[in-house]
Design a protein around this ligand. Structure first.
Ligand code: MG
Length: 370
């Protein structure tokens, strides 16, 4: 498993419709910015991070992969995942310029590629390598029907359609105005009835007084969780909101390290834990967060199953993972897409982490890596 080459890549994949928006972002494409790691015995592992398909930013990540991390990896044994994680994360020169951000996104791509390689070398799907199947099914909830850019009537229509397709959970975006978001929440709850879980996601837009005002009025709609109500790093604010409302608080998709999660745990500012292998430094760091969450009896809902592919494997194998997000923009770019059937993610069967792009996606969506 000696590493022969590390090749960065970029895919720009269109989102559903021509454009989507939440409270803070409007995008047309999702960036799959990654690394292919080839070994001397002929295997290739793929891993990637996620971006808003902003090419100058994507190039910062691919340059980090190519010029900073590749030289540390060439000639190494790809199966030494923990040792290589430390080698990259604790490199004196690199940790000085970034213990979070571009270096971590690039590290995510590398770490996932190594897990993909290890599972391929063992000829098993990744969930088997992670300890095997711990649950029969992984429940999916649908976020793709709930963007802020969707008009009220279409939002209700999409929620009904998702339930008819078998989803037992949906999530809608909030963070515009309290009045508009309450109106939409009420309409969706009325349309789907009491038995479907309904979560909301603020994407860090509001301040604490706005969240408190919104929560007082929204509690009657049985909200499954309020995700990223406040700015991503605001531990004290989330702790204050958690004390002020009966709604569970969910967050984590924008946290880079286990230390960042630890602050939220210690301050009792989080109820649903949402790490992302494409944001943190890969599956290796996410597993540490899952273990800590499990020890605290906190449920994990990894961010977006199909936008990492890996989260499906993780959710089948880790006892802390309870439910997984569905946003199907990039799933068809992979040889084994993270498919949802009757509201549940299908158990992956192919060897690896599910991160191998198809030749069609490679040809259609690839952009210059530098
Ligand atoms: Mg979110």
């Amino acid at each position: 498993m000696k590493i022969r080459s590390v090749v960065p890549f970029i895919l720009h994949v269109p989102v559903t419709g021509s454009q989507i928006a939440d409270s803070t972002h409007t995008i047309t494409h999702w960036g799959v910015v990654g690394a292919r790691i080839d070994t001397e015995d002929g295997l290739s592992g793929y891993g990637f991070t996620g971006t808003h398909a902003f090419l100058p930013g994507d190039h910062l990540v691919t340059r980090c992969i190519q010029t900073c991390y590749a030289p540390l990896l060439l000639g190494e044994d790809a199966s030494d995942i923990q040792r290589l994680w430390l080698k990259l994360a604790r490199d004196p020169a690199l940790q000085w310029i970034g213990r979070a951000g571009i270096t971590t996104l690039a590290h995510a791509a590398i770490d996932v590629a190594l897990w993909d390689l290890k599972a391929k070398a063992a000829a098993v799907p990744l969930w088997k390598l992670l300890g095997g199947q711990v649950r029969d099914r992984v429940r999916a909830y649908n976020t793709d029907i709930g963007w802020l850019s969707i008009a009220d009537d279409k939002l209700v229509e999409g929620a009904r359609r998702a339930v008819a397709e078998g989803f037992s959970g949906i999530k809608i975006k909030v963070g515009s105005t309290v009045e508009r978001d309450l109106r939409r929440l009420q309409a969706v709850r009325k349309a789907i009835g009491p038995d479907v879980t309904l979560a909301i996601d603020g994407n860090g837009k509001w301040d604490l007084p706005t969240c408190q005002r919104f929560c007082r009025a929204a509690e009657q709609y049985d909200v499954f969780w309020f995700e990223e109500p406040l700015w991503h790093d605001d531990v004290k604010g989330h702790a204050a909101l958690a004390r002020a409302t009966s709604m569970p608080i969910a967050l984590g998709e924008q946290l880079y390290t286990q230390d960042a999660f630890s602050e939220f745990f210690h301050q009792q500012a989080i109820h649903w834990v949402q790490p992302d292998v494409t944001r943190m430094a890969g599956l290796t760091e996410v597993l540490r967060v899952c273990e800590t969450a499990d020890s605290l009896r906190l449920p994990v809902a990894p961010h977006a199953g199909d936008m990492s592919q890996v989260h499906v494997h993780l959710s089948y194998a880790h006892p802390a993972c309870k439910v997984l997000e569905y946003i199907p923009w990039i799933k068809d770019c992979f040889t084994e897409p993270a498919e949802v059937v009757d509201g549940f993610f299908r158990l992956p069967q192919q060897a690896g982490a599910g991160t191998t792009p198809t030749p069609e996606a490679w040809a259609r969506f690839r952009r210059p890596a530098e």
